[in-house]
Design a protein around this ligand. Structure first.
Ligand SMILES: C[S@@+](CC[C@H](N)C(=O)[O-])C[C@H]1O[C@@H](n2cnc3c(N)ncnc32)[C@H](O)[C@@H]1O
Ligand code: SF4
Length: 455
């Protein structure tokens, strides 16, 4: 390749990577959700679970943190004291009972606590919630029980309690170990804190640990990414997720505390992501999808290789359950019939549950075409390719439906994609372009929504 050609390629990639594209943790994506899906409809979907003899996944959202990080894009609020957290846990119990009354005692293959900071829950609350969940549903013996942890709040006793409740996988929000970046994001968390957290996790006998890292944060440079990744690798977690900072101050006003001029530009973001990837692969981790990395022994790598890996709201997963029951304010549930999202504000969510109603705010019923397009998008994001003919056949829909999508894809992506007898794959820069390629199969994209940049 000549230098001129390479410069043109880099320019093209920058243009593509700065397009705003959904993250595709669901399809259809959240902007398509409407009030057409209400408590009655979601209730009827849950009733069907009682008749389907298939395991489900459960996600519990804990929307509290001790303080709010400037970059945070999650649905959470600051709680300095335990009272609001305890009150929330009480209502969560009522929601568990409401949902369980519809589904019956279905088997659970995955249980995931997300947030916010779920380790803010006092140990007695956590124990009561797990006790109630295991009475209401049926925990499979091999159930993955995962929790997102803020390392600043991990303690030896807390970890022993979580392990005692069956937690067998944890995810630590590490983000960056650079002091200047940490100050700019209002999350001061020196390496020693992460080291202590790792010691407590290991002492509790939990071996499966993920680190979340970020690039594109204020003042982040390739040098700071390199230092962070090298320090993090020394702590030997089994997985990494490396997320690009999504700067969406129009949706998350506290992100205005991050001055635009301190943010790396599009070219620097791509270079940081690539450097992190190179360092992690050199350290022996396998690249998984667009932003995950895992040790060869991690089941995620086997799932990637045998084609069973899935993508859901938490990222890439070995979880193959077709139903995900979301509990807690703002949680999204997915069933074979569609998506349902709980009311996002705590007060509204609590009121509805206290009134004995499922706290659904909105959602989207899905039809066969949605399911097929969702499978294609998921395949592209998991494996950087999709066999449209095979997927269309599985859904009983003529593959010709994709004729116009393929024409648009070819025109826009040129030789970056390979299309061979309906088999569509990404030839170059798959990590940077997968969301964009997938978006060509999104039947709703041009109707509304404003998203973060692709890299
Ligand atoms: C709920 S938090 C993890 C648990 C815990 N609250 C913590 O921060 O340690 C989930 C992850 O989302 C990622 N994240 C949060 N805000 C983000 C943003 N604006 N853009 C990209 N990733 C973000 C961070 O990597 C974070 O670890
Ligand atoms: S990044 Fe984690 S700790 Fe920070 S505000 Fe968001 S959810 Fe809370």
């Amino acid at each position: 390749m000549t230098n001129t050609h390479r410069r043109q390629e880099d320019y093209d990639l920058l243009t593509l990577a700065t397009r705003t594209i959904p993250r595709y943790t669901s399809y259809p994506t959240a902007p398509q959700f409407t009030a057409d899906v209400d408590a009655a409809i979601y209730g009827s979907w849950l009733d069907m679970e009682a008749d389907r003899d298939a395991p489900v996944s459960i996600y519990l959202h804990v929307p509290f943190c001790r303080s709010i990080c400037n970059y945070c894009g999650c649905t959470t609020k600051a709680a300095l004291r335990d009272d609001p957290v305890r009150a929330y846990a009480e209502v969560l119990k009522d929601e568990i009972r409401l949902v369980g009354a519809r589904t019956g005692r279905v088997a659970v293959s995955h249980l995931h606590w997300g947030g916010g900071t779920p380790n803010i829950l006092p140990p007695d609350c956590m124990a009561e919630l797990v006790g109630l969940l295991s009475e209401t549903f049926r925990f499979r013996d091999d159930m993955e029980h995962a929790i997102e942890l803020d390392p600043r709040h991990v303690t030896v006793d807390g970890m022993a309690c979580l392990a005692g409740l069956g937690v067998n996988r944890v995810s630590l929000g590490v983000q960056t170990l650079d002091d200047r970046v940490q100050k700019a994001i209002a999350r001061v968390q020196p390496l020693a804190i992460v080291e202590d957290a790792m010691r407590a996790i290991s002492q509790a006998g939990i071996a499966d640990v993920n680190f979340d890292l970020m690039f594109g944060l204020p003042f982040q440079t390739e040098a700071s990414i390199k230092a962070t990744v090298e320090q993090a690798v020394r702590l030997a977690p089994s997985r990494f997720a490396v997320f690009g900072y999504a700067h969406v101050p129009w949706m998350k006003p506290h992100q205005r505390l991050i001055a635009d001029e301190t943010l790396p530009d599009a070219g620097a973001r791509i270079a940081q992501a690539r450097l992190a990837r190179r360092l992690l692969v050199t350290a022996g981790y396998h690249g998984v999808g667009i932003d995950h990395f895992a040790r060869g022994s991690d089941p995620l790598v086997a799932a990637m290789r045998n084609g069973t890996m899935r993508r859901n709201f938490q990222g890439y997963t070995t979880d193959t359950a077709s139903t995900l029951i979301g509990l807690g304010a703002s949680s999204i549930s997915r069933t074979p019939s569609g998506y349902a999202q709980n009311l996002p504000d705590n007060a509204g969510w609590q009121r509805r549950i206290r009134a004995g109603e499922l706290p659904v705010a909105r959602g989207k019923a899905i039809d066969a075409v949605d399911r097929m397009r969702g499978d294609i998008i998921e395949s592209i994001l998991c494996f950087f390719e999709a066999d449209l003919a095979v997927i269309a056949k599985r859904h009983g829909i003529p593959v010709d439906l994709f004729g116009p999508d393929i024409v648009r894809l070819r025109t826009e992506m040129g030789t970056r994609v390979r299309i061979d007898d309906w088999r569509t794959g990404i030839e170059r820069d798959p990590h940077e372009t997968a969301r964009l390629v997938a978006s060509h199969f999104d039947g709703y994209l041009h109707s509304n929504g404003r998203y973060s940049v692709a890299v």
